[in-house]
Ligand binder design. Structure first.
Ligand code: GDP
Length: 297
């Protein structure tokens, strides 16, 4: 089984879809209406749902699909196309790699940073963490606790220090130590959007200037269990800075795996990792093709 977690949440979506397509006597408009309802109640947004059903309607006609298996195969292909951006995963990029991690507090940012660091380490890469959320003293402390636990150094300044100064120091350390991956925590204060925007711009400038050869990623951490809130956060953060990928956390706690499809489709932001638990190893590199297989196998 592709994700090893399918039955917990993707399985429910698959069962609901199969109930519609296999239980209905005919492949008709009523079936498409019912399917629409199932997709929407599984946290797939309205716009994305409409896109899926419109495409399905067209394909059924054009390809003269008459059996439920054929419908299922089409849904799978359509979903795969929506979420597969054909990008190479960041972990397969050449070193050095700098990852800025953004997201609101409580979404699982620190845990995700630690999980990614742990995964990189397991692949034999050297990792350094930068505690550039200097707004909350607890954030730096928490990152240090994780750093100690997984055996990764953390560059940290005093509470209230300039986050860009932390980034600057972390880059110098990463260059001196020839570190493969530098992961930077940031303060996700969406309530002061303008400040956050200025702060992120400054950090990005420093990375550009001090580390021009590094491959850069900005990952947005979103809590899948918050459903529509996660979608609106993606929109808001997208207005603040360029986001290259999403980490969707707490997918173990929700039966609504459909949010993966909405986020990928609506924002053109590829989901790069999914969080499926609180432990260090509860992070999966997101593979769109594998995902589409897993929900509709
Ligand atoms: P931050 O404030 O964004 O840095 O959030 P934290 O990393 O401190 O995480 C907030 C809470 O969510 C903690 O209790 C984590 O253990 C929990 N958490 C993070 N990721 C996941 C996940 O994928 N699944 C589950 N079940 N819990 C998670």
């Amino acid at each position: 089984m592709a994700f090893g977690i399918k039955k917990s949440f993707f399985g429910r979506l698959q069962e609901k879809i199969e109930d519609v397509i296999f239980m209905r006597p005919e492949i008709d408009e009523d079936m498409l209406d019912e399917l629409e309802e199932v997709l929407i109640t599984s946290d797939i947004g309205m716009e994305t749902t409409m896109k899926i059903t419109a495409q399905l309607r067209e394909d059924i006609k054009k390809m003269n699909i008459r059996d439920p298996e054929g419908v299922k195969a089409r849904i799978k292909a359509i979903v795969k196309e929506l979420i597969d951006k054909g990008e190479e995963h960041m972990l397969s990029q050449e070193s050095p790699l700098v990852i800025l991690v953004i997201g609101v507090n409580g979404g699982g940012k620190t845990t995700s940073i630690a999980k990614i660091a742990n995964q990189c380490k397991k692949e034999g890469k050297s990792v350094l963490l930068a505690a550039a959320d200097t707004f909350r003293a607890a954030a730096g402390e928490q990152l240090e606790v994780w750093g100690n636990r997984i055996g990764v150094n953390v560059i940290r300044h005093q509470e209230g220090a300039d986050p860009s100064a932390v980034i600057f120091d972390a880059i110098q350390a990463a260059k001196a130590r020839k570190t493969d991956v530098l992961i930077c925590d940031t303060a996700g204060r969406l309530q002061t959007k303008k400040n956050l925007m200025t702060e992120l711009e400054k950090m990005n400038k420093i990375i550009e200037r001090e580390y021009p050869d590094a491959y850069r990623e900005t990952l947005l951490v979103l809590d899948a269990a918050t459903g529509k809130n996660a979608v609106s956060q993606a929109k808001e953060f997208g207005e603040i800075t360029e986001i290259t990928g999403i980490v969707l956390t707490k997918l173990d706690g929700t039966a609504k795996g459909g949010i993966v499809i909405t986020i990928s489709d609506e924002f053109q932001m590829p989901v790069k990792f999914i969080g499926v638990g609180e432990g260090m190893d509860d992070l999966k590199v997101f593979d769109p093709a594998e995902f589409a297989e897993a929900i509709f196998e």
